[in-house]
Ligand binder design. Sequence first.
Ligand code: HEM
Length: 114
Amino acid sequence: MTRQAGRCGKPTPASTAPKGSPRRSRTTRRKAKVVTAGTQGHFFPHGGGTKICPGRHFAKQEMMSSLAVFMNEFEVELVDKEAASRVGPNMGYFPTASLPPNSKIPVRVRRREH
Ligand code: HEM
């Protein structure tokens, strides 16, 4: 096997990949295709495959604990439940890895009495 060197002189992933791995062969990599079948209409804020975000579980824990602290201190009530049930995601934000609602959802926020 010819060792391929990256720009910094270190071996490239192709030359260090285990035997039989598709990353080992340049020909195989050239034939690789992006497959999006089955992903349409779904939201992948953390990417996917070998490069999927390693911080996603930590981020989720942070979001859940922040929400728990907030909900422990405040009570949130929908002003119009019927109107709120018709609100969908604003797909214009899709490329930014966030998905806010496509219209305003009025809520009443009260500090809880402990
Ligand atoms: C809601 C919060 C987060 C979102 C939406 C997010 C999103 C992403 C996305 C889309 C990628 C690229 C994945 C791909 O190429 O397919 C990524 C990669 C990465 N994220 Fe996150 N991320 C979040 C939080 C975090 C946190 C909290 C950490 C670390 C503590 C983190 C560390 C990383 C790292 C190191 C990569 C590069 C992975 C690689 O190239 O192998 N992320 N993230």
